[in-house]
Design a protein around this ligand. Structure first.
Ligand SMILES: [Zn+2]
Length: 294
């Protein structure tokens, strides 16, 4: 294996020189090709995910206060996902990529671009607006987001869970009945007829499949190495926690359960517990009349 750092070697000379003294020669060689990490994209929008690929001896990446593990791939390189939150500050940043042996870390510049998200008002009936999550539901979702499993089940490309157009994109600032909620849309909404099959975006393990007050009938999948997805407001669930699913497997059927105003699929992609924009991962076509960037 070629170490990416400068290698030094000591050659103990055994030849006798004219003076009759032995000598030792110290010499250093720079590696012919330095192995470095790379990041994609170099310019990232809020809500997007950075992909970091490195030689095997790099094991973690950090940007400001957020860090992510780099996992060994079958090809001998390491790979990791680092999310950029909707709430992060735009500007120039520096990824600090560390080695397992405390050797010299590598830094890579990234530009977090200013990203403008539209606003969208949602009209809710008093009954629907009064629905709130229980502490148990909040705790379940928190532990789901916080858990990162070591084995990667997902592969590119992800599959859209339904084929319908997007009625509400990721990142939209939400108003309920005209009042700002201070929340943003943490996933995407796709148009679905009632009863349409909802499919897994990638292989993984079902973490939860249950009814929630706000989310309705919902499924959470752990795809491994920091990637997770959830699917909400379904009329019926056909999977159980602990089950292994493949990309495209049916999880349940579309509905309007929980805080929902009509049949649709709201689904969410998480990277290391941070909501990320699914539109970076799958092709989604906005419906005509959907919230657009201003
Ligand atoms: Zn939604």
């Amino acid at each position: 294996m070629v170490m990416p750092m400068t290698k030094c070697a000591i050659s103990k000379g055994t030849s006798l020189v004219a003076s009759g003294l032995f000598f030792a020669a110290l010499f250093c060689v720079a590696p012919l090709k330095a192995q470095k990490c790379s990041v994609s994209p170099v310019q990232v929008k809020l809500g997007q995910t950075l992909r970091i690929t490195c030689p095997a001896d790099f094991t973690s990446v950090k940007l400001n206060e957020r860090s992510a593990k780099l996992y060994l791939r079958p090809d001998g390189k390491r790979f990791g996902l680092l999310p950029i939150s909707v709430k992060d500050a735009p500007g120039t940043g520096s990824l600090l990529i560390s080695r397992n042996d405390d050797g010299t870390p590598q830094s890579l510049p990234v530009v977090i671009r200013k990203t403008i998200f539209p606003s969208q008002n949602v009209k809710l009936s008093p009954e629907i607006e009064s629905l709130h999550s229980t502490p148990e539901e909040m705790a379940l979702l928190t532990s789901f987001r916080d858990a990162i499993s070591e084995t990667r089940s997902w592969e590119d490309p992800l599959q859209p869970p339904v084929s319908g157009c997007m009625t509400s994109p990721f990142g939209v600032k939400r108003l309920h009945n005209g009042k700002p909620t201070g929340e943003y849309h943490g996933g995407v909404d796709q148009r679905t007829p009632e009863g349409e099959a909802i499919r897994a975006v990638a292989a993984g393990t079902i973490t939860f499949a249950k009814q929630f007050n706000v989310l309705g009938n919902a499924v959470g999948i752990d795809h491994g190495q920091g990637l997770e997805s959830t699917y909400l407001h379904m009329s019926r669930l056909v999977v159980a926690p602990g089950a292994a699913v493949q990309r495209g497997d049916i999880l349940g059927y579309a509905g309007s359960t929980g805080r929902s105003t009509g049949p649709h699929l709201h689904w969410v992609l998480y990277v290391n517990g941070v909501n990320v924009n699914p539109a970076q991962w799958v092709k989604l076509v906005p419906c005509s009349g959907a919230a657009k960037k201003r």
